[in-house]
Ligand binder design. Structure first.
Ligand code: F6P
Length: 559
């Protein structure tokens, strides 16, 4: 924003926001079970298809007026223009003055995309071709280890977006893994993670990929160094590093300094955020395990979702509707969290990926003009695989004081059909959203207990504990099968949902300054933990940090 123009009104100052607040009271008095009773067409009316995905958003606290008012709010925040700006490579990441162009990595339109006047597509395509050749040479066993054995294991060393995205996609697409290559993900600066990953690996047949956009992340560099030492102490030589170590980074110089051969370094661009980088060479471990063709299908699924997002009218736009519904609950119903509940064993890592995608993007409290937000934004994302969650946290969803909207995710067919298991899994998924919506009245609970022959006294004690308020909203995303295409479309859907919310809340969804302080303070604490004598007081630590440092050092002295 230059000095001449004043920033636009904040979201809660807009007439469209105020109109929605007025509308809220009419919605709060509505019971979804009554809306379903009065409208036999509700499922069809609030269903949407895009990029092979189906969205049932009928179990939401909405009516047609709600959708219209939410879309008006989106227009008041220039959402259509913002969507085009993102795809066109404008510098929408204001604080870092760069584009957010992860969509270019899956751009199958054949059109060029200019960043600062330069077409980025040749570089994207060239990197994809290099990835394809790299994976082919390893999977065809042409590229072998230092003792001329084919590779059997790849260790992907990275954290955050250099870990969660590829690990999720890899886990989600396990049915497509080649039997030849095992994929391991090493992220944490916990010796147990390193030890567990290296356990049983053969340095002769292990390939390491150091995944780090900055090539400056403490955990990743420490783990990469430890893996290099392990390799050199178990038969590998300096000369062999070129065969066994590669890197994906925007900082090629630092990767070479680490000792990785130039031809094994794959570029990342500064206009791809870490949590949006699965589609880049960060996806290399995934491509190694599922092959180029399946990786390409995943890109295509994401591309189809991009096309939908770019062209569909707001009221028929899946990422827009999911984003607006999330804003309806967070900024108007004051929801603190949102649950992502995949009813698919292979998609169990999806909540963790969406946690970073959503919370590192929109977990902010000032807008792009530096103004403190006067409204709730950025929910806590949590969740886990169904039906397991029903035996863990669904109690809170059904009867807790927290208001937690849910996304249920259900492939309609399984990679592993066993008896009627998939029908049972689906019945759990569908009935959970049904129960959240319709609940159980006190009268129903009382009648049930009477039917069971309970005494009056027992009914008076138990019935109130069995009442379930209901009216908890949920979306159900369903699709034929967890294929590479479906997984690509699903992840792109959530990327765009997060973008929609960030644009409307007015935050920058593509920077993450909040993580810097912890890293800075960590260096000082680390220095004190290892110093000859504890300098806690001298380094100005608070009493708690000093106390914790002393406790750690005391334990170390005992070892
Ligand atoms: O958590 C901060 C962060 O920068 C993430 O945004 C990123 O995905 C992660 O650390 C790893 O960063 P890099 O890929 O640069 O090692």
């Amino acid at each position: 924003m230059d000095g001449s123009t004043s920033p636009p009104a904040q979201l809660d100052q807009l007439d469209e926001f105020k109109t929605l607040f007025d509308h809220l009271s009419s919605i709060l008095s509505l019971q979804m079970r009554e809306q379903f009773a009065n409208d036999k067409n509700r499922f069809k009316q609030y269903s949407l298809q895009a990029a092979g995905l189906n969205l049932d958003y009928s179990k939401n606290r909405i009516n047609q007026t709600t959708i219209k008012l939410l879309c008006k709010l989106a227009c008041a925040r220039d959402l259509p223009k913002a969507i085009q700006a993102m795809f066109n490579g404008e510098h929408i990441n204001k604080s870092e003055n760069r584009p957010a162009l992860h969509t270019a990595l899956r751009n199958y339109s054949g059109e060029s995309i200019l960043v600062d006047g330069k077409d980025v597509m040749p570089g994207v395509q060239n990197t994809l071709n290099r990835m394809k050749e790299f994976c082919w040479s390893i999977r065809s066993q042409q590229w072998r280890g230092f003792s001329n054995k084919p590779f059997t294991d790849v260790v992907s060393i990275g954290i955050g977006g250099s870990y969660l995205g590829p690990r999720l996609a890899s886990q989600s697409l396990k049915p497509y893994w080649s039997k030849q290559i095992n994929c391991h993900y090493l992220a944490n600066i916990d010796g147990s993670d390193l030890t567990e990953v290296l356990q049983g690996l053969n340095p002769e047949t292990t390939l390491f990929i150091v995944q780090s956009k900055s090539f400056n992340t403490q955990e990743t560099l420490k783990n990469a160094s430890a893996c290099r030492e392990w390799f050199l102490h178990n038969g590998g030589s300096q000369a062999d590093l070129a065969r066994h170590f590669s890197a994906v980074t925007a900082n090629v110089a630092k990767a070479k300094e680490f000792g990785i051969a130039g031809q094994n370094i794959f570029p990342m661009w500064d206009w791809v955020g870490g949590r949006y980088s699965l589609w880049s060479a960060i996806g290399l471990p995934l491509m190694l395990t599922i092959g180029y063709e399946h990786f390409r299908e995943m890109l295509l699924g994401a591309y189809e979702m991009d096309c939908h997002f770019k062209t569909a009218p707001l009221e028929q736009n899946m990422p827009v509707l999911m984003g607006l519904l999330g804003i309806w609950y967070v900024s108007f119903f004051n929801a603190q969290s949102h649950a992502v509940l995949p009813y698919d064993h292979y998609l169990q890592g999806l909540p963790a990926h969406i946690q970073q995608l959503d919370m590192e993007s929109n977990g902010k409290s000032v807008d792009i003009y530096g103004r403190t937000l006067n409204y709730q934004a950025g929910p806590i994302i949590w969740g886990g695989v169904g039906s397991n969650g029903q035996h863990a946290y669904h109690q809170l969803l059904h009867q807790g004081t927290q208001f937690a909207p849910c996304d249920f995710i259900m492939p309609l067919t399984s990679h592993n059909p066993v008896d009627h298991f998939h029908a049972l899994l689906a019945s759990n998924c569908f009935s959970q959203s049904q129960a959240l919506m319709q609940g159980k009245s006190l009268q129903q609970a009382q009648a049930e207990l009477k039917e069971q022959g309970k005494s009056e006294e027992e009914i008076n004690i138990i019935a109130p504990q069995k009442e379930i308020p209901g009216n908890i909203p949920s979306n159900t995303l369903y699709f034929d099968k967890s294929t590479p295409k479906a997984v690509g479309a699903l992840i792109a859907l959530y990327e765009h949902k997060v973008f929609v919310q960030g644009q409307i809340w007015g935050v920058n969804s593509f920077d993450q300054w909040g993580v810097e302080l912890g890293k800075q303070l960590g260096d000082k604490v680390h220095e004190c933990l290892l110093a000859e004598s504890c300098m806690g007081e001298k380094m100005g630590f608070d009493d708690s940090t000093s106390g914790l440092i002393k406790a750690f050092r005391a334990m170390q002295d005992k070892l």
